[in-house]
Design a protein around this ligand. Structure first.
Ligand SMILES: C[S@@+](CC[C@H](N)C(=O)[O-])C[C@H]1O[C@@H](n2cnc3c(N)ncnc32)[C@H](O)[C@@H]1O
Length: 260
C-alpha cells in the first residue's frame, strides 16, 4: 500500500479539476438515487480528503469516515472545519478497510470509493464491508475498471504503453496520482456482493468520454454541465459503460437476504 500522506494535496487538486468533478458528481448522483430522503447512517471507508463524506453530511446524513492515512484524515478534518454546520454529523476513525470493525455497527450506506485498486485483491475488503450493510442498506464500491485497461492511454496517444496494457490484460497500471493500481470488473464485484447476500443494482461506468482530458482540464459551466449529462446518460448503458476507466457497483442488502 502506498503512503497517501504525500498525495492529499494533489488529490484535492484532482477533485476540483474537470475530471475529478465528473467522477464525484456522477458517483454521488448514482448513490443518492438509491438513498431514502430521510437522514441515514453512512460509512465512508477510505474517505480520503472527505469529498463524499462532506457531500453526504451536507445532504443530512450521519457519516463515519475512515482511512488508514493520518494525512488524508487530517485533510478531511481540515475541510470539515470550514463547514462547522456539518461537524456534528461526521466522525473520523483511523482504520484499515480489510480489518474494519466499527463496534459491530451497521450502516444504511457503506461506501468504498477509489480504494480497492490500491489493495492486493478485492474479496477481503468487500466481505468486511458487506457485513456492515444494514438490512435494506446499500454497498457502493468504486474501483478501477479492469475491462478498460489501456483505453485511457490509447486515447491519449500513448500507443506503446496502451498496447502493453491491453495485451497483458492484468489491469495493473500507474494511476493519475502516480501510484500503482490494479483493476476489478463489475461482474466480479457484483459476484462478491452476491456471495455476501446482497442483490446487485445497476452498475455505472464513470467518466467514459472525458477520461483522456488533461489533468488541468477546466471546462466552463455550460461545457461542464453538458459533459456531465452526456456522461450520466451513458453511465448505466452498454456498450458505453464497459470502457469507462472506473466501475461503480452498488448492491442492496434486502431484508430477506441470506447474510448476517
Ligand atoms: C484515491 S483516494 C479516494 C478517497 C475517497 N474515497 C474518494 O473517493 O474521493 C484513496 C484513499 O484510500 C485510502 N486507503 C488506501 N488503502 C486503504 C485501506 N486498506 N484501508 C482504508 N483506506 C485505505 C488512502 O489512504 C486514500 O485516502
Amino acid at each position: 500500500m502506498s503512503d497517501f500522506v504525500t498525495v492529499g494535496a494533489e488529490y484535492d487538486t484532482y477533485s476540483t479539476s474537470g475530471r475529478g468533478r465528473l467522477r464525484h458528481d456522477l458517483v454521488f448522483r448514482r448513490v443518492q438515487a438509491e438513498l431514502p430522503e430521510r437522514p441515514v447512517r453512512v460509512l465512508d471507508a477510505g474517505c480520503g480528503t472527505g469529498e463524499m463524506t462532506l457531500r453526504l453530511a451536507a445532504a443530512g446524513h450521519l457519516v463515519t469516515a475512515t482511512d488508514t492515512s493520518d494525512g488524508m484524515l487530517a485533510a478531511a478534518a481540515n475541510r470539515l472545519s470550514t463547514r462547522p454546520e456539518l461537524a456534528a454529523r461526521v466522525r473520523f476513525l483511523r482504520a484499515d478497510v480489510e480489518v474494519l470493525d466499527v463496534n459491530s455497527d451497521t450502516f444504511n450506506l457503506v461506501c468504498c470509493h477509489g480504494v480497492l485498486m490500491y489493495l492486493d485483491e478485492p474479496a477481503t475488503a468487500v466481505a468486511r464491508l458487506a457485513g456492515m450493510v444494514a438490512p435494506g442498506g446499500v454497498l457502493s464500491v468504486l474501483s478501477k475498471n479492469r475491462s478498460a485497461t489501456g483505453f485511457r492511454e490509447a486515447l491519449r496517444g500513448e500507443h506503446a504503453l496502451a498496447r502493453g496494457l491491453i495485451e497483458s490484460g492484468t489491469g495493473v497500471s500507474v494511476g493519475h496520482l502516480g501510484v500503482r493500481t490494479r483493476g476489478d470488473t463489475a461482474e466480479e464485484l457484483d459476484r462478491l456482493a452476491t456471495e455476501h447476500g446482497l442483490t446487485p443494482l445497476a452498475w455505472q461506468g464513470v467518466r467514459i468520454f472525458n477520461d483522456h482530458r488533461p489533468r488541468d482540464w477546466a471546462p466552463g459551466p455550460d461545457e461542464y454541465a453538458s459533459a456531465l449529462e452526456t456522461e450520466w446518460a451513458a453511465s448505466t448503458r452498454d456498450p458505453y459503460r464497459q470502457v469507462a476507466p472506473l466501475v461503480h457497483t452498488l448492491a442492496r442488502h434486502t431484508p430477506d437476504g441470506s447474510s448476517h
